[in-house]
Design a protein around this ligand. Structure first.
Ligand code: ADP
Length: 729
């Protein structure tokens, strides 16, 4: 009963009523019984879409009502904005919400004023490293999707961050939300928390496997599915669901497959659209085209017009949001997604089809099956509460044997246990440096005591392993002059402090320092290659034919590299050098004003990937600039220029102009070609020339002139100079 919740502010029951929450779902009620509104630690391991967020909200709101401050840790940046939107409902009661993402290396002082802060685990880690003063004021910490501690890339950061927060504030309340996993009890033990472990769902979920002309369900029922001649099973399922006025979410294993399948399924959805839906979709397609003028965008708009969509990390962020919204509004009838969408974006649908249950895995060099946990999370997206009578989730089998196998491996299988991935060198490298630099530990012994608070320590009886890796990592950090060891004592050097605050992997820092030490007059390309070699940059893969092409480029441009090129006979290292080279050339193309579309073609990437690489490069070059300063190496101006070029995607002559807010790479070029070459020129420029270069866009011209500090930015009565007007758009 929402009327009698202990610890919540008076307005809460009324608010819940108006938000459509008449009574708590059973796992929520269990959490309240366990004291989640009274400051008790709780781990809630419940299925997707079963109301975990409200458990967190109850904890945070009651904590804030007691004068505290809450932190909500999300695994993905995309989720930070989604959660922010959800929590905004509390602003009318005076609860202030802040989101902190992006730019590391700041202490986010403005956040001190917020009651609830949403941030990724990396961001929280970096805020702790930068001594954000409000960290000590936290009274409640929520960790969303805590089962991701199992992820070897990002899990250790979450694990160490939770350990640090608990060390800073021994009384802080921890609320951890998890998908259903095999060992939620261990997670609860680690966090000293009460455990809510439940399979309850607000809407029934039937799971099963399609084979031949039938859908086989876990309750033993079989229903007929008529697959037409030449039709693929997924298309038949989508068609049948549409006949019943339902939507389908299809999971595949690659971007290319997502795009291909969406194109094929669009012919199915197209037949079912009403006139009004066609109009609505037309408008969404138009917005998509406005977001970016690339081929991916136009392909997406094209399928959206026909009621289908694809969704993957290569899309521009705004386009992803447009798709999610249109799917929720029931305009888009089918979304074909890579697993990124399963990771928590709230997009329920009547049916879910997990078409590909194998995915390419770099660590095994081939296809590997998805985990039960992942497949169950995808399944969990089926069924829209209040709209569907039940949800259905299906795998697809090609043979009778496979039908049995999929039932065994996924439908009836229990999800895996989560295992800590902390005792690995790359993870400990960064966290040991940060732990020493921030003063949490100042000896080997203290480090080991601190690490004892992690999930790893709860799960292992093999303390020896963690000690061994810790010793290796300390030795590495000492050799690279990030730490100094005298007797038992460990202290971070000034360089070590900088590296920790910059949020760099120490190995990246070592690579950069090494490259800088040999540099005299680095080129932008040389610097791009340097930062692309670091473990902080996701490099582009080499495709067939790339090896030859980039080997040639490597020899042609050998003098530009900072650091010695490995020999062709050192297989692994040489390959990596070439991958970094390919990535560096993408950045160089971008910084030479190459069209976005040409770049996506040339490198086989999406516009979202260009953005991702550019952002990472900008951050790493900023860090390089700082390291050069720290080491008194006189290359900082060259690094600065390379960073500015990549930031705006322009050649050096345009940097000054592109730095003006609202200008950007294309407009900077047009202004320059019209004779306005610098910020100062722009301030003094003939207005008609500016307007001409901006293709008669009065609003844009006024905004830009205002930003540059023009005495009279108004364009009233100014006409574009015909002479200066370039080709029509
Ligand atoms: P999870 O975080 O577990 O994936 P959500 O918190 O997103 O799931 O909840 C799914 C949906 O259920 C949301 O739309 C939410 O508003 C709704 N919901 C949660 N709790 C209740 C409740 N007690 N009564 C009615 N609706 C609820």
């Amino acid at each position: 009963d929402v009327e009698s919740l202990p610890g919540v502010p008076d307005w809460m029951p009324g608010h819940l009523h108006s938000a459509g929450v008449k009574e708590l779902y059973p796992p929520q009620a269990n959490a309240v019984e366990a004291g989640v509104t009274e400051g008790e630690n709780v781990v809630a391991s419940v299925p997707t879409a079963s109301g975990k967020t409200l458990i967190a909200e109850l904890a945070m709101i009651s904590s804030v009502a007691r004068g505290g401050k809450a932190l909500y840790i999300v695994p993905l940046r995309a989720l930070a904005s989604e959660k922010h939107r959800e929590f905004e409902q509390y602003e009318e009661y005076g609860v202030s919400i802040g989101v902190s993402t992006g730019n590391y290396e700041s202490s986010g002082e403005w956040l001190a004023k917020c009651d609830i802060i949403v941030a990724t685990s990396e961001k929280v880690d970096s805020l702790v490293r930068n001594d954000a003063p409000w960290i000590d004021d936290l009274s409640c910490v929520v960790s969303d999707e805590v089962h991701l501690v199992d992820d070897s890339n990002r899990g250790p950061t979450l694990e160490v961050t939770l350990a640090k927060l608990r060390r800073h504030n021994p009384n802080v309340q921890i609320v951890a939300l998890s998908a259903t996993v095999g060992n939620a009890d261990e997670v609860a033990e680690w966090l000293d928390a009460a455990l809510i472990d439940s399979d309850w769902r607000p809407i029934d979920l039937r799971t099963g496997v399609h084979y031949g002309q039938a859908l086989h369900f876990d309750d033993g029922e079989q229903t007929e599915l008529s697959v037409k001649r030449g039709e693929k099973p997924t298309a038949a399922i989508v068609r049948e669901t549409l006949d019943d006025d339902g939507s389908t979410l299809v999971f595949v294993n690659s971007r290319r497959n997502a795009e291909g399948a969406a194109k094929r399924l669009a012919s199915v959805t197209n037949d079912a659209l009403t006139g009004a839906e066609e109009e609505g979709l037309e408008a969404v397609a138009e917005e998509i085209r406005n977001v970016s003028d690339t081929e991916t965008s136009s392909d997406l708009a094209h399928v959206v017009e026909r009621g289908a969509a694809f969704h993957h990390a290569g899309l521009a962020r705004d386009n992803r949001t447009l798709i999610e919204d249109a799917f929720r509004d029931r305009l888009v009838k089918v979304v074909v997604a890579t697993p990124t969408l399963a990771a928590g974006v709230n997009t329920p649908s009547r049916r879910v089809v997990v078409r590909d249950w194998r995915r390419y895995d770099g660590s095994v060099g081939g296809m590997a099956p998805l985990s039960v946990l992942e497949v169950h999370q995808m399944f969990g997206r089926a069924g829209r509460p209040g709209l569907d009578p039940y949800g259905e989730a299906l795998l697809l089998a090609n043979s009778h044997d496979e039908l049995d196998e999929l039932f065994e491996e996924y439908v009836w299988a229990e999800p895996e246990a989560v295992r800590s991935k902390l005792a690995a060198e790359p993870a400990l490298r960064t966290h040991i440096l940060a732990t020493v630099a921030s003063g949490v530990a100042d000896s080997r012994e203290e480090l080991l005591t601190f690490l004892d608070r992690t999930l790893y320590a709860t799960q292992t009886n093999e303390r020896g392993r963690l000690e061994r890796v810790t010793d290796d990592v300390i030795a590495y950090l000492v050799t690279n002059e990030f730490l100094e060891q005298t007797g038992e004592q460990l202290i971070a050097t000034s360089l070590g402090h900088t590296v920790s605050r910059l949020y760099l992997d120490p190995m990246s820092a070592a690579e950069i320092v090494d490259g800088l030490r040999g540099a005299s007059e680095p080129t932008a390309f040389g610097l791009y290659h340097l930062v692309c070699r670091t473990p902080d940059m996701y490099e582009l893969y080499l495709r067939s034919g790339d090896r030859e092409e980039y080997t040639m480029t490597a020899y042609e441009r050998e003098t530009e590299f900072l650091g010695a090129m490995p020999s062709e006979f050192e297989e692994g290292r040489f390959e990596e050098w070439l991958s970094a080279l390919k990535t560096a050339r993408l950045l160089e193309d971008w910084a030479s004003e190459e069209d976005e579309d040409r770049i996506t073609d040339r490198y086989g990437v999406g516009p979202g990937d260009i953005r991702g690489k550019v952002d990472t490069a900008e951050w790493l070059l900023g860090a390089t600039e700082r390291l050069a300063g720290e080491l008194d190496i006189e290359v900082a101006p060259a690094v600065h220029e390379a960073r500015k070029r990549v930031q705006h995607g322009v050649s050096d002559e345009l940097i000054d102009l592109a730095d003006v807010r609202g200008v950007g790479r294309k407009r900077a070029r047009r202004l320059y070609d019209a004779g306005i070459e610098t910020r100062a020129d722009l301030r003094e420029a003939e207005k008609s020339v500016v307007l001409g270069a901006l293709r008669g866009r009065t609003k844009t011209a006024e905004t830009i002139l205002k930003h540059v500090g023009h005495t009279d930015p108004s364009m009233d009565g100014v006409r574009a100079d015909e002479q200066a007007r370039p080709e029509p758009e």
